[in-house]
Structure formats: structure tokens, C-alpha cells
Write a protein that binds this ligand. Sequence first.
Ligand SMILES: [Zn+2]
Length: 89
Amino acid sequence: MNEFPEDWRLHGQEEFLKGASLTLRTWSSPDPHWDHDHCEFCWAKIAATSIPDAVQEGYATADLKHWVCRQCFADFQEQFAWASQGLSP
Ligand SMILES: [Zn+2]
């Protein structure tokens, strides 16, 4: 068995997400022509309630350029040294 199996969701995100400050928030559009984002890891759709098959909240960087779904945040929080802002203790 491989002690550290490569996760299929990993493809270099540490370059821009390692140690990032992520905040749990409800998705909102930064632009009227922009109706969804994707989780940087599993590519889950994060969008407004009007979008089918999407989740409505996730962890976002301050500039809202990168989103991470709850599941991937939980899975990679330690590896990427994320601070969990926006959570009640
Ligand atoms: Zn994900």
C-alpha cells in the first residue's frame, strides 16, 4: 500500500492555495455575467440557488477567485495549512 496516495483532486493548487486565508461564505456573483464557480479540487459547482446541482456555499479566498467546497476544505485543510475563518468555535 502507498502510505501517501496521490489524491486525484490535487494538481498544483498549493501554488496559489497553500497557507491561503479562506472564509466560509455563501456564493455571490462578483459580476452579473458570472453565475457559478467551481471547487478548485473536486470541481463541484458552487453557485446561486437558481443553478441546478450546485452547492450554495464554500470557502473562498478574499478576492473570490478561488473556491473550495466544504468536503475538500475538510480533506485538505491540514495539508494546505488553511486557517478556518468564518467558523464558530
Ligand atoms: Zn471540492
